[in-house]
Ligand binder design. Sequence first.
Ligand SMILES: Cc1cc2nc3c(=O)[nH]c(=O)nc-3n(C[C@H](O)[C@H](O)[C@H](O)COP(=O)(O)O)c2cc1C
Length: 345
Amino acid sequence: MTVDLRTRYMGLDLANPVVAAASTLSSRIDNLKRLQDAGAAAVVFQSLFEEQIEHEEIQIHRVLEHGAESFAEATTYLPDLEEYNVGPDAYLRHLEASKRELEIPIMGSLNGVSTGGWVRYARLIQEAGADALELNIYYIAADPEETGEQVERRYLDLVRAVREAVTIPLAVKIGPFFSSIPNMAKRLVEAGADGLVLFNRFLQPDIDLDSLEPLPTLRLSTSDELRLPLRWIGILYGRIRASLAATTGCHTAEDALKLILAGADVTMMASALFRHGPEHVRTVVEGIAAWLEEREYHSVRQAKGSLAQINVPDPAAYARANYMEMLARFTSPYDWRAAPSEPRA
Ligand SMILES: Cc1cc2nc3c(=O)[nH]c(=O)nc-3n(C[C@H](O)[C@H](O)[C@H](O)COP(=O)(O)O)c2cc1C
């Protein structure tokens, strides 16, 4: 028996559920080809950032208005050629070139937090040939005066603006920090999202005790981080009218299978690909097929969502109910159950 690995994501028919998440791996066509050869069903391009677009527009404006030399600040703002090459134009050209070279779907990615002129790049990404667009709203709400409702409106306004700009499928990538994820998910879908990508992995700053500076750090994830998207995909499956993509903590075939059983249409990987290389996709795809075959599933479709909250006998497993029981069951030599004992050697 051969297991049917096909899945549908925002109307795109994909050969299997393993997708390369947005990352700098997409900046080279040889890497994209390696991902395709290893069996990736689709790739998400690294993002084009709001700051990147606005920065370039400010520079062009200043140079046109004042000339690079006559306007002192312009020279410091003006990128050198190398930096210019990673600007929006180069992004669009790279997307076009990649579309010519690859057969698998390519999703463009736009990363920002505000509505505004830069949103027109959504259409340019579509015109460059992207099969879908992922909008990554990476917003850290740090202003005590800004209410949760205002933050949510910001998200919804941006999704509406991008939705108006494109006709290709639109996925929205969000973080987990909302008072009600299901309500926010529902409203994002009403605002025009065809898919939700759960969850953005916000990079947490560290503090350098030598330089006494806050330090932005990027550490690759591990499978331990899978549980957050796993829970929420399990809860959202069957409750909202949108495709679900899982990102953060998917490293192995087992991780991907858990996410599929919870209800993910696709599972995305970034850290695992940086750790093991693009060929790791093959191990994951083959592992998914082997597990499904061993348990006599005919297809990914059959497995998808079978362990979502709406389909399990104990829905509380996804919610709060088992919390106390888990705490009570946890044992340690130091907890209340351990008999008073001699100090350990
Ligand atoms: C080096 C690197 C670059 C990334 N670039 C982007 C990006 O441009 N846009 C984006 O939405 N996510 C980006 N991500 C986040 C990934 O798409 C992914 O959501 C995150 O790493 C969690 O998945 P993981 O646990 O598989 O790494 C990047 C991640 C890494 C490690």
